[in-house]
Design a binder for this molecule. Structure first.
Ligand code: NAD
Length: 469
């Protein structure tokens, strides 16, 4: 059985403890992932600390070149890593699956390499000149989730190293192998200590985020863990970028052509089996269009091949883990018990954590499947009578990551979009993130943004040089 290891100061580091990782589609073993100890966390942070001053002293151009080399390594190893993602995380190779995750990882590496954040004159008169420089923070702790394990790790790693920080990354304990392999490959083109890993569960995440030598925390995951990380950061005062869960509402405006929007709505809700932070998790449809929208989505759902993602014909895979599988089943069972209409599509294999694609009708605000983040392939479709009511519904929860408005007329949609409380409101698309466009949550979905120039600023600290003339 293959044993995988952490990377610290450019070396492969063994741990005495391991956990076996299984394919969520087949139950097959993938190998043994390391479990770090708290002293391993200390060693990884020390390695990053040791490497950081020299890395920060490299020129901007040298760091850009290094990030370009990382993009090349990702491209060269795309197929190997995509297959590992499919075996470990479950998303299929095809469609918006693991090959797509690798393409995105390459793109999110190339774009920060191309961006510039030069010093900025913020004030000047006859007597003084004040220039704002962006300097690295130091050592970044990056804590990643299991849904898009490589892409989200890249979101955390690349801007950090681009701006002169060094990184200690902890992948999710559900999906460590593909991420550790990616880091091993990337480290072939980075100086020792710039990118290090630890692995294990929340205990190791807590040891990392509370370490006194951490200068910045990048976290993507659940709201509950986000709150614990804020508490942990009182030990090091590290600023945090918090990308937390969402419960995104989509509103279809009255009279919208259902056939034109069905595919966008479908993938907006079922991307990665719904295990995506900014998926449509509640769909609000005017009562006059309800049947047309349900029919259009049903037609698409029944055509989707479900099964092991290593088979290139399949577009829908399993849930990633038993916890998530049980949670989605429980929410659907609750809706069923409360008289909702459960519409299930697809032939589900006997092995693995597969669930049918599920549309849930005759459901209202206040029911668990609407109010709780399902993070799975079960979409509640709620009828509304007036737009004011739909906007109030969309805004009534604490979550505020994304939202979307769907309409034949984008101008009309815009008037509704500005009323929605979310970090991004999409029109006639959902979850359409882009490496140049800042992305982050409002309300309980977190704070701080990633991507683009704003994302680079978030991994630096401002330093003003003020000259008397
Ligand atoms: P999670 O919070 O359970 O775990 C995320 C990571 O935090 C894991 O690596 C875990 O080991 C670690 N962790 C757990 N306890 C910790 C602690 N006390 N201190 C430090 N680290 C700790 O989340 P998950 O189940 O892996 O991810 C799913 C959630 O993430 C969903 O709510 C989803 O919406 C959200 N998410 C948000 C975004 C975004 O960009 N906003 C993107 C993807 C996922």
């Amino acid at each position: 059985m293959q044993t995988y290891s952490n990377s610290v100061y450019g070396e492969s580091v063994e741990t005495p403890e391991h956990q076996e990782i299984f394919n969520p589609a087949t139950g097959d073993s993938l190998g043994l992932a390391p479990i770090s100890s708290e002293s391993d966390v200390g060693s990884a942070v020390n390695a990053a600390r040791k490497a950081q001053p020299d890395w920060a002293r490299t020129s901007d151009q040298e760091r850009r070149d290094a990030v370009v080399r990382v993009a090349q390594v990702l491209e060269e190893n795309s197929e190997y890593l995509a297959e590992l993602i499919t075996r470990e995380q479950g998303k299929p190779l095809s469609g918006p699956g693991s090959r797509f995750e690798m393409q995105a990882s390459v793109g999110w590496t190339q774009v920060p390499a191309a961006l510039e954040l030069p010093p900025e004159i913020v004030y000047e008169d006859e007597e003084r000149k004040d220039t704002l420089h962006r300097v690295p923070l130091g050592v970044v702790a990056a804590i990643a989730p299991w849904n898009w394990p490589l892409m989200i790790a890249i979101w955390q790693i690349i801007p950090s190293i681009r701006m002169g920080n060094t990184v200690v990354l902890k992948p999710s304990e559900y999906t460590p192998i593909a991420t550790l392999e990616m880091v091993r490959l990337i480290n072939q083109v980075l100086p020792p200590g710039v990118l290090n890993t630890v692995s294990g569960d929340g205990r190791i995440g807590a040891a990392l985020t509370s370490h006194p030598d951490i200068d910045k925390i990048m976290f993507t995951g659940s709201e509950a863990t986000g709150r614990r990380i804020i508490e942990a950061s009182t030990r090091n005062l590290a600023p945090i970028t918090l990308e937390l869960g969402g419960n995104d509402a989509a509103i279809v405006l009255p009279g919208t052509d259902a056939s034109a929007i069905a595919e966008g709505l479908f993938w907006g809700a079922f991307l990665n089996m719904g295990q995506t932070c900014a998926c449509i998790k509640r769909l609000y449809v005017h009562e006059s269009d309800y049947e047309a929208v349900v029919n259009a989505l049903s037609n698409l759902a029944q055509q989707m091949p479900i099964g092991d993602g290593m088979d290139e014909n399949n577009l829908i895979g399993p849930l990633q883990n038993k916890m998530q599988y049980d949670k989605v089943k429980d929410l659907v069972a609750d809706a069923r018990a409360n008289g909702c209409e459960i519409m299930e599509f697809g032939t589900v294999p006997d092995t693995g954590y597969f669930l049918p694609l599920t549309l849930v009708g005759n459901i209202r605000d206040g029911q668990r499947l609407v109010d709780e983040e399902q993070f799975g392939p079960a979409l509640p479709i709620i009828r509304y009578q007036s737009l004011d009511e739909a906007v109030a519904s969309a805004n009534r929860l604490d979550a505020g990551l994304g939202a979307s408005v769907w309409a034949d007329d984008p101008e009309q949609a815009q008037q509704v979009a500005v009323r929605l409380e979310a970090g991004t409101v999409w029109i006639n698309q959902h979850g359409a993130i882009h490496p140049m466009v800042p992305f982050g949550g409002n309300k309980a979905s977190g704070y701080g943004v990633e991507f683009g120039l704003e994302g680079l600023k978030a991994v630096t600290q401002p330093r003003v040089i003020s000259i008397k003339k």
